[in-house]
Design a protein around this ligand. Sequence first.
Ligand code: BGC
Length: 471
Amino acid sequence: MTVVIMAIVAATGGLLFGFDTGVVSGAIPFLQKDFGITDSGIELITTAGLVGAIMGALFGGKVTDRMGRKKILLVSGVIFAVGALWSGLASCPASLIAARLFLGLAIGTSSFAVPLYIAEISPTRIRGMLVSIFQLMITIGILIAYFSDYAFADESNVASWRPMFYVGVLPALILFFGMLFMPESPRWLFSQGRDNEAIKVLHHTEGDEAEKVALSLKVDIERSAQCFTRWSDLFKATWKMPIVIAIGLMFIQQFVGINTVMYYCPTIFQMAGFSGAEAAIGASIGVAAINVVATLISVYFVDRIGRRRLFFIGMAGMILSLTLLAGSFLFDMGQAGKYVTVGFTLLYVTFFAMSVGPLGWLIISEIFPQKLRGLGSSLGSVTVWVCNSIVTFTFFKIAHLLSIPGTELVIGGETVCNPAGSFLFYALVAVLGAVWGYFYMPETKGVSLEDIEEHWKRGGSPRKLKAIKKD
Ligand code: BGC
């Protein structure tokens, strides 16, 4: 039970990740009026958050390996709190851009440091479930952001966007004060030669098994005790596989297009035929809610049926639902059409949330060796933030490029491009992702982090990982 509480406290970092990336969309219309800024000003505010996240993910890895997992989460808590306050208080666009850049640092850092901390405190048999709580919290954070946007949106008050941002202060304080009472990762403590402290923590996380686990951890971690923490150490041939897996999986997580739905949902539903902004926002809350519910499926099954099976179920489901979603925009289904679009969107989000959403963060926290786990998982995280930026900025461009003449849509009297081409493109990525997964998706269920490290050292392939215990 204690370890579950530890996982939940650390996963508040996931809630902040979800909240702070989700809250901006609802604040935008008010920001535009309040500051009188153009679309490119808005783009700068959104981009600042993503650039901050890339920087946080890039530089945080090294610090996490050197200073430990707990400290970096405490620092993130402070940045999240100050960043949220600063965003809400910003007196001009430049100040808001700086605040979002600053907040982004915590989003990027916590995005890999939280799963990594949870993976390292977890007993092997429930590690998948506990790390997936991180993704569950991301989805809850997105839902809270939509609610907060909805609750504070007041057409008669241009400053409505400020309280939307303030809401983020509370979970940031929970993360900071909660983490003050949480222990450091026992694996990291062993790797620093702080054995007594590590054993103490293991008594909390492993219960009766503590002594046994301590013994095997100590031997394994000492065996890998050469001190790496430089990027050049990570790019050695031994770690080729985890690198290919981290980059590949996170590329797929983003290029199946999930954030086009997360960020542009109201617009997509207006394209489908919903007229009022409110109906479209209501439907978006439905999407965010199904995202939470479907993530629970993964939390439950990930240690039962394993990572690979969930991955393939998700890929197959996304290929189908994205194709159907594209179809719903191409074929006229009359009045029912817009509901069909909502249905396929929900189906698509469901398959994402039960597979590559949580699996991405889980796998990058598991596959790197002890001394490089911070750096390695930060590489996965950088991939996410870079790909996220590319996908969200190219959504309408791809739709335009792949549009079939005669299928344009009309929203509020304005003719816009049909988004079907983009969804078909993401479906194609999912097909290629499934092929990639056949060769590279590892089955880490029930395999200890130390055995995973040993497997790469022996030159093992990802598909053979499952068998390691039986060797
Ligand atoms: C992804 C985010 C996405 C979220 C949606 C996460 O796993 O990394 O980019 O917004 O899932 O739930």
